[in-house]
Write a protein that binds this ligand. Sequence first.
Ligand code: CP3
Length: 359
Amino acid sequence: MNSPLKNDLYLRALLRQPTDRTPLWVMRQAGRYLPEYRELRDQAGSFMNLCSNPELACEATMQPIRRFGLDAAILFSDILTIPDAMGLGLYFAEGEGPRFEHVIDSAEDVARLSSVDPWESLRYVMDAVSLIRRTLDGAVPLIGFSGSPWTLATYMVEGGSSKNFAKIKNMIYGDPQTAHQLLDKLADSVCAYLNAQIESGAQAVQIFDTWGGVLAPEMFREFSLAYLAKIVAGLHRSHAGQRIPVVLFCKGCNAHLEALADTGCDALGVDWTISLREARSRVGERVALQGNLDPATLLTNPGVIEHQVKATLESYGHGTGHVFNLGHGITPDVPPEHMTVLLDSVRRFSPAWHDANGQ
Ligand code: CP3
């Protein structure tokens, strides 16, 4: 049995229940800006070794929790484990980001792909989730995650990161049927993968649609949003008597906030190109918001960080329903001391935005 939570601020804020301050976690909180992470990755030999070994993945997850005392832990893994499990052969070339040995080029390639059984080929992720839950011992909640079908498809068709998304866009405009077959298989896999993480102990799940923002509005609705909605509808929303909040983070998708809120998710992650004030007025009471400090702020100095934290809290305004975060992942060049400044500022200044009843 897992212990009850000592700090449930993150889950409460996602469900828009009263809290006495704003909780904070940071996307990519485990990563290269931490010297202990770089040491662990060197020991592991590669990033993929780190992800596929539950003990090492657990250690990477725990590093930022131990160092900073954040309000949530996130599974240490990667969104590209699904395409890897589908047989594409993920690897990380030094300085080049993720690459695949096999790319999806044709309708035949898509037809050959099979959906993933997470309990088989991604068992190592489930083992990591259970081990992390035991290790956390109820200190803070554990977030599970996946990439969105659209974002995963961009990597699978482009063969890695892309500047202009020429191949995948060629597919959605020129051969939409094949694109839909690929996205369907991915949606089934993502849904099964997240449900398996929930069964293994993830207490909230987040879907990253990092590249939703490169799509024209109609294309976003057809090739990303529709699949996000399908996944949200298929997720187990409670486990062991606890509600499991679902967070959608779609970068560059401010135009679609209302439609994203209508998927039935509990919260939306927002990047820094919209004020929380505007985002909140548009989504109203439907969902909580997570974000949205510009990650570049953490490269400046303590005075600027403090000032920008105050501005972000003020922009959201009074009441619950805000999880403090960056608008995208922390970058490897951030001095770890600046994370401490961020954390201290959120702890110091956020109680003023919550009244005595935690509203
Ligand atoms: O947030 C966390 O601490 C949990 C771990 C996590 C990683 N990747 C570890 C990682 C999470 C949640 C991700 C998600 C992820 N991975 C996304 C969506 C979020 C986003 O940033 O938009 C995407 C697009 C990926 C794909 C990916 N993985 C890329 C493009 C890269 C290379 C870019 C880079 O930062 O080097 C990775 C590698 C990766 N994933 C690293 C980490 C810590 C760096 C690997 C290393 O140690 O060299």
